[in-house]
Design a protein around this ligand. Structure first.
Ligand code: FES
Length: 93
């Protein structure tokens, strides 16, 4: 199973996710605090994070991310990005 490394609040935590899960779902399943005001529907940007490694192991940026103005690397909406391999994600303070 892919490793997902989260960097947040000055700490680093490595957890495992399953192919096809969103980064948000993996964070929440592992008790990692990731904001998700719209419930993971791609309408708020509170889950926006920096992908510092493994961008190619995420599904491509989708229309919801584009519509919310998340168009530049390394930023992604974690509720829209699904994993297919190891990734490292830095959650903004
Ligand atoms: S949780 Fe709202 S955009 Fe991701």
């Amino acid at each position: 199973m892919p490793n997902v490394t989260f960097i947040y609040n000055g700490q680093t935590k490595v957890v495992q996710g399953k192919d096809g899960q969103t980064v948000l779902q993996i964070a929440l399943d592992n008790g990692i605090p990731m904001e998700h005001a719209c419930g993971g529907n791609g309408f708020c940007t509170t889950c926006m994070s920096r992908v510092t490694a493994g961008m190619t192991n995420l599904t491509p940026r989708n229309d919801r991310e584009e519509n919310m103005g998340i168009t530049e690397e390394p930023y992604r909406l974690c509720c829209q990005a699904k994993i297919s391999g190891d990734v490292t994600v830095e959650i903004p303070d």
